[in-house]
Write a protein that binds this ligand. Structure first.
Ligand code: CO8
Length: 258
């Protein structure tokens, strides 16, 4: 499929990579990019050769936010009816893990896009911010919720109300990112992590991702019950038998992903 705003590749076995590719606009997110991005992620989600995805931008910008030049013409009713900038619910239906590989600017919708992924590998130059207030709006794709859950209320308030960007090291200390590596290494690091996850049994990976995400939406009691049911489901898989048999026989497992 020919995309105009993104590039796709499979840089390692089991890894599907999507690169945001609007360099002149610092990967600003317009309606076409949203549509192409989710088409590509959903295609990798269906692809049996892919076990984990990486979402990245350029060294200079992961994404500098929603496209202000497009939004300046948009009114409330159009946004509501067309939902083009905010159709982020599609990302929640992706079953395979997604790792954001972030370098440079991750602002507004760009920061929200990284946070909607399951893990974040950052380069030393990464800057995370939600500057929407400076253009008279507010985060609209999860910033108030996901950033607050990740870094806590007072830091989130300062980022969103005071237009204070977090450096990569601050993001690491706050628990927003998994690790910080030099700018020439972040994409490879994310790909390596994705390849490792892709080598794990896929049904277990899918249920673990799902259960961890439920921790943000359920009470502890409901979450523990949910986890237990998923745990039981895995005892019905071929990979459970293979994984435990391989352990007992002291050999590497051969996953069927069934
Ligand atoms: N939208 C459109 N164009 C952009 C954007 C953007 N968000 N960011 C940068 N660009 C363009 C610039 O206009 C410029 O283009 P041109 O050369 O044609 O004028 C080009 O990218 C390079 O940008 P700069 O010259 O400004 O580069 P600098 O290195 O001087 O500055 C900054 C980099 C600090 C990142 C600066 O570009 C900036 O402040 N950008 C805007 C950041 C921002 O406010 N982001 C939040 C946008 S609102 C939002 O994301 C709401 C999300 C709502 C949910 C929907 C999700 C999709």
């Amino acid at each position: 499929m020919a995309y105009e705003t993104i590039l796709t590749e499979t840089p390692a076995p089991g890894v599907g990579l999507v690169r945001l590719n609007r360099p002149k606009a610092l990967n600003a997110i317009n309606a076409q990019l949203v549509s192409e991005l989710f088409d590509a992620l959903e295609a990798f989600d269906r692809d049996e050769t892919v076990g984990c995805m990486v979402l990245t931008g350029s060294d200079k910008a992961f994404a500098a936010g929603a496209d202000i030049k497009q939004m300046v013409e948009t009114d409330a009713v159009t946004l509501m009816l067309e939902g083009d900038f905010t159709d982020w619910s599609r990302i929640r239906r992706i079953g395979k893990p997604i790792i954001a590989a972030v370098s440079g600017w991750a602002l507004g919708g760009g920061c929200e896009m990284a946070m909607a992924c399951d893990m974040i590998v950052a380069s030393e130059t990464a800057k995370f911010g939600q500057p929407e207030v400076t253009i008279g709006i507010m985060p609209g794709a999860g910033g108030t919720q996901r950033l607050t859950r990740a870094v806590g209320k007072v830091v989130a308030m300062e980022v969103m109300l005071g237009n204070r960007n977090l450096t990569a090291q601050e993001a690491l200390a706050a628990g927003l990112v998994n690790r910080v590596v030099p700018v020439d290494a972040y994409a490879a690091e994310a790909t390596q992590l994705a390849a490792k996850i892709a080598s794990m049994p896929r049904v277990a990976v899918r249920l673990i991702k799902d259960a961890v995400n439920k921790a943000f939406e359920m009470s502890l009691t409901d979450g523990l019950d949910y986890e237990k049911r998923s745990f039981y489901v895995l005892f019905g898989t071929e990979d459970k038998t293979e994984g435990m048999t391989a352990f007992v026989e002291k050999r590497p497992p051969e996953w069927k992903n069934r």
